[in-house]
Ligand binder design. Sequence first.
Ligand SMILES: *Cc1c(COP(=O)(O)O)cnc(C)c1O
Length: 375
Amino acid sequence: MEFRDLKKQYSTMKEEIDSAIKEVVECANFISGSHVYNLESKLSKYVGTKYCITCANGTDALILALKSWGVKEGDAVFVPDFTFFSSAECVSICGATPIFVDVERDTFNISVNHLEYMINQIIQGGRLTPKVIIAVDLFGQPANYSGIHLLAEKYKLLVLEDGAQGFGGRIDRKVACSFGDISTTSFFPAKPLGCYGDGGAIFTNNDYWAEKIRSLCIHGKGRDKYDNVCIGMNSRLDTIQAAVLQVKFKYFIKYELEQVNQVASWYKKYLNNCICIPNVKKNYFSSWAQYTIVCKSFDEREKIKNELLKKGIPTMTYYKKALHEQIAFQGKCIMDINYENADYLTQRVLSLPIHPYLLEEEVFEISKKINQITS
Ligand SMILES: *Cc1c(COP(=O)(O)O)cnc(C)c1O
């Protein structure tokens, strides 16, 4: 069994993907071009933002967003403590200071209460300027944006939505990657919408930021690539990746999103009460980048992981370490003395196989094994 079965996905859309790749190779236009612009216009239409700007990966997307806002040394950027490293790495790359915020135990997303507490800590500290809240749509479920935007308005902060795992999620009818002043996503192969290499995108309604990001992506270009008005990056989505994504996006919205939710509902049906299953809040819709259960203890987690592996069922531990524990951030961040929920989760979480092509009998088999171990 595969954790995320990309081979099975390919086999269902092989002809279209092969011909899309072939077309790019035959035209020998490997960077930018109509495939990239068509993809951007499809994605911005789907997300509901005025602009979509593709780039080389989801980490660059975050860096480009912060750079377009001029985030720099002396600025404080609030980041959930339980997420992938990139969500905070981008802050340090810009020279600013990441401020770690605890998460909610049931949704894994940033805790609005602890966020306000940390904002006040920084204001009272008087050393850093609070600038940005980075909210992550962890494992596919959007963060609590109504609460986040209230704080953003109260303290005059910008909101950056890290939707690397959230593409395809929703709150009511509002689609993920439309919740931030700027939002970003990743097309890394294992993300909800993945390409065949690295890729990323940035979404916004703001004309000035969009123009700034378009420039920063291509060496800070002015009128063209050889007229440079600021120090930028080289961060573009390959044309081949754009061609692959156009095919994959079609099936993503046609049935994959629905199907992966069906898989999650099978887990809910077959896993018994001995394990804590992920909670999707009312009116929230997840794109299920991961299906993460919370075990009773570290030992139970390790036992389930090992027993499943013996049966050929792969699992992953997203995440074993909270950001405040990462060596890279020691002395380069601001942390609270206590991250109760992040610490609780790093000891107990376990992500199970999930993808749109997982079968009901496979979910039943995985669930049965877990039920046996935990009861
Ligand atoms: C994957 C991921 C990123 C980075 O995306 P890349 O395309 O791998 O650079 C950023 N944030 C989160 C939450 C992610 O899961």
